[in-house]
Design a protein around this ligand. Structure first.
Ligand code: 2AL
Length: 246
């Protein structure tokens, strides 16, 4: 099967890092097509970043559908454009935040999210409420680390900072598992799991395995109800390529 792994920001190093993590867990017959937006912000950590990332992301969804990929993964912890992408796609579309939160709930009664900047905490809290999982999350914790500081090889100092925040989550929140709140933390998952002794869930790998499960079961995005295809109408200007057709 072919899974399109979409980094909705425009940073090559992050796309490469998440592709490595995805391929490490993918089954033998799974091909990971790692792509990124060709237009938009270098990282997504505010509402305006998210809004301006959507055209590039949705263009990738459209292209992946045309290629007939079996599933799409939106690899940014804000799950930008997830509902829009599901309207546009027949294949399953998985956001890494929803994937990680769902998977955490299968192995622990509760979890805390350890994310990047303080300003992204409200986004994660909104997603928890939207997904009906707020009651399972003890706390969303910021590390104060910007997305673009999590370079190809996250530095030792930043690794220490993230580990310390995870330890506080276990000690102070009573969380039974940790959800990593950024695709750029994918390379830290196995080391943190070994250090902390609790399940640490990275959304990129969680989404890939959930995508394989859905495709294996023959599941597609429902076209009844909220994810019905968008209505056919003209679009003008820079968005003309998104005009839905029959
Ligand atoms: C992210 C992420 O995963 N990718 C990105 O650009 N921003 N998450 C975050 N919490 O800031």
């Amino acid at each position: 099967m072919r899974i399109q792994l979409i980094n909705p920001n425009t940073t090559d190093d992050m796309t490469a890092k998440m592709a490595v993590a995805a391929r490490q867990v993918a089954s033998a017959g799974t091909q990971i097509l790692a792509v990124q937006s060709s237009t938009g912000p270098a990282s997504i950590e505010s509402a305006s970043d998210e809004a301006l990332a959507l055209p590039g992301l949705l263009a990738r969804i459209q292209a992946g559908e045309a290629m007939g990929v079996d599933a799409h993964v939106i690899a940014c912890f804000g799950d930008p454009g997830l509902r829009a992408a599901r309207e546009m796609a027949r294949a399953p579309v998985i956001g890494i935040a929803e994937a990680a939160m769902q998977m955490a709930c299968l192995v622990s009664a509760s979890f805390s999210v350890v994310t990047t900047l303080e300003r992204t905490v409200a986004t994660a809290e909104r997603l928890l409420r939207d997904y009906g999982m707020a009651a399972r999350c003890r706390r969303v914790r910021a590390t104060g680390i910007a997305v673009l500081e999590l370079e190809a090889q996250t530095s030792n100092a930043l690794r220490q900072k993230i580990r310390a925040e995870c330890e506080r989550a276990l000690a102070e929140d009573g969380a039974g598992a940790i959800v990593l709140g950024c695709a750029g933390m994918a390379d830290l998952c196995s080391e943190l799991t070994a250090q902390l002794g609790v399940p640490v869930i990275d959304g990129v790998t969680a989404a890939v395995k959930l995508a394989e499960a859905l495709v294996g079961l023959g599941m597609r995005t429902s076209k009844q109800g909220d994810y019905a295809p968008p209505l056919i109408k003209p679009f003008t200007g820079a968005m003309a390529q998104f005009a839905p057709s029959a």
